[in-house]
Design a protein around this ligand. Structure first.
Ligand SMILES: Cc1cc2nc3c(=O)[nH]c(=O)nc-3n(C[C@H](O)[C@H](O)[C@H](O)COP(=O)(O)OP(=O)(O)OC[C@H]3O[C@@H](n4cnc5c(N)ncnc54)[C@H](O)[C@@H]3O)c2cc1C
Length: 437
């Protein structure tokens, strides 16, 4: 039976993309590295990425990184410089996983298989002499004391010692993949603050959009009939108890439960945690059906159309004037009257609704359907140049455990690669340099 030494230069907790990249990089610096993974295989979430095709990075980085990583984008400046999308592509190419670029800078492996990405990382790590142990959930760890000069990392049946530890346990979304938020407790056990957690890159569940009772014939007129409709260009924001999120513009897809697609996914991170806002209908998705047109312009255009054809019904007029889909015009209108029957007040109301249709959000999207977690280890307590804790020497963080989340399009994996590389580089170098002295 093979026996493993229990003392390593670097112990990485979690074999997702960040952990595997950190482990590989630390090995390349000459460190002995152990990765402990709680699931039976490495990279379970990685296998799901890009619907199994793995949107590995995005070539628009770093030009758009400030918009792409929201409020904590600056934290990533050094890491993204250390390891750019071209580095990612070259690295995978060197492991026989060539990639290609698609629309909006998205990069995928030529094989279109996330499994090739995961397998290449695992093979590379092992080829470099790293040890990967699965079914080894880390339950706790205690900081290096002066005698052992190493962290004690405890799993259910073993204790390992590492001169440095890199926490790469991911977030809390899609928990079946192993990302169940364990790392937050581990970080908190050494005084790290964990900022509030929210689902991000998730669909929105809207009131009135649940699957109708098929036996109830009257139900066919509900919003549910919008399911399957895609609007290529719409403006949208979240209104929560008087506070408005940032406004975005893009594609929206209606589903059986609400909305999905880029706009919904982008906005989902702004859903507040307070349950009473949902039960009291104090939270809405607001839609601007004509985002390129001001309120005044829209009113002028509608008035001109109404005057040109006063007998025409408003639904038709809205569809023709603003190129609205019929179902969208139905969302805007409370009643489909002929233009000559519409009062000035009613016309103004129609324009207001056209520029801001409020759809109540039924509930906060559950974490298990969110692609990403917003929130995590407070980046103010982590050195952005090295990913080392500012509170505890020798402890590093990488990937989604950090309070950084990106938009859809390969940005979250790039964050994992760049922070994983940086943490592996500095953790690996610090221990090997210390040994040389
Ligand atoms: C369905 C889906 C599709 C996605 N598609 C894309 C995409 O195409 N492009 C993109 O950029 N992003 C995508 N993402 C997001 C991306 O997958 C994540 O941001 C990324 O996986 C985060 O990497 P990570 O290594 O930080 O964490 P994770 O991938 O979550 O890995 C964390 C690892 O730590 C392990 N672990 C947890 N706790 C412990 C413990 N106590 N002890 C030991 N091990 C532990 C877990 O089992 C897991 O293997 C997608 C996400 C989902 C859910």
């Amino acid at each position: 039976m093979e026996t493993y030494p229990e003392k390593y230069d670097v112990i990485v907790v979690g074999a997702g993309p960040a952990g595997l990249m950190a482990g590989i990089t630390a090995c390349q610096r000459g460190a002995s590295v152990l990765i402990l993974e709680k699931k039976e295989v490495a990279g379970k979430k990685l296998l799901l990425t890009g619907h199994g095709r793995c949107n590995i990075t995005n070539m628009r980085i770093p030009d758009n990184f400030q918009e792409a990583y929201y409020e904590n984008s600056r934290f990533l400046t050094s890491a993204l410089r250390n390891y750019e999308p071209t580095d990612v592509r070259n690295f995978f190419k060197s492991m026989n996983v060539p990639t290609h670029e698609e629309e909006n800078g998205r990069v995928f492996p030529d094989s279109e298989k996330a499994q090739d990405v995961r397998d290449a990382l695992v093979e590379k790590f092992k080829e470099l002499g790293g040890r990967l142990l699965t079914k080894q959930a880390v339950l706790s760890f205690t900081p290096a004391d002066s005698e052992e000069r190493a962290f004690r990392v405890v799993t259910f049946n073993k204790v390992y010692f590492g001169s440095a530890v890199i926490l790469c346990t991911g977030g809390v979304s899609f928990p079946a993949t192993g990302s169940e938020g364990d790392g937050y407790g581990l970080a908190a056990s050494c005084a790290h603050e964990v900022t509030p957690l929210y689902p991000a890159l998730a669909p929105l569940f809207l009131t009135g959009f649940t699957e109708p009772d098929k036996s109830d014939k009257d139900d066919c007129g509900s919003e549910y009939s919008l399911a399957g409709v895609t609007i290529p260009d719409i403006g949208a924001w979240i209104w929560a108890d008087g506070k408005e999120s940032e406004k975005v513009r893009g594609e929206l897809l209606f589903t059986h439960q609400g909305v999905s697609g880029p706009v919904a996914m982008y906005l989902s991170r702004y859903l507040p945690n307070a349950d009473h806002l949902y039960s009291n209908m104090r939270i809405f998705l607001v839609l601007d059906h004509v985002p390129g047109v001001t309120m005044d312009e829209a009113e002028k255009q509608l008035l001109a159309a109404m005057q040109a054809d006063p007998n025409r019904h408003m639904k038709r007029l809205l569809c023709e004037t603003f190129r609205l889909r019929e179902k969208m015009a139905e969302l805007v209108l409370t009643e489909d009257k002929a233009a000559h029957d519409v009062t000035k007040l009613e016309r103004k109301k129609i324009i207001e609704t056209l520029k801001g249709t409020r759809l109540p959000i039924a509930e906060r999207t559950p974490m298990d359907v969110a692609y990403v977690t917003r929130g995590g280890v407070n980046v103010k307590q982590v050195d952005p140049k090295t990913m080392e804790s500012k509170l505890m020497k020798g402890l590093y963080f990488a990937g989604e455990i950090l309070d950084v989340d990106g938009i859809s399009g390969g940005y979250n994996l790039q964050c994992a690669w760049s922070t994983g590389f940086t943490a592996g580089l500095y953790a690996g170098s610090s221990v090997t340099q210390a040994e040389e002295h």
